[in-house]
Design a protein around this ligand. Structure first.
Ligand SMILES: [Zn+2]
Length: 86
């Protein structure tokens, strides 16, 4: 059940979940182990969260319209015309 909701989570939910893991799965400087799961840190959950985090962070910086300037121009022309017709 939990894994099902995890995979259907939005990028924003994944990001906050990854953030939560990064906050809780902290490698103790005293023992060198993860304070949450007691594995030698950084544990796989933290590593996994780092991957999700960096992957999700990169998504909003992609601008699909930027590589298609024709598409933006094509959208402008009808918008400029139709308000006069209606
Ligand atoms: Zn951990």
């Amino acid at each position: 059940m939990m894994t099902g909701t995890y995979y259907s989570a939005s990028a924003e939910q994944q990001l906050s979940e990854a953030q939560r893991v990064l906050d809780t799965h902290v490698t103790s400087s005293a023992t060198g182990r993860c304070v949450e799961c007691d594995m030698l840190g950084p544990c796989w959950m933290r590593e996994n969260a780092v991957v999700i985090f960096s992957r999700t962070i990169r998504l909003p910086t992609r601008q699909p319209g930027a590589s298609q300037p024709e598409l933006i121009n094509a959208r402008r022309i009808p918008v400029a015309r139709f308000p006069l017709a209606s």
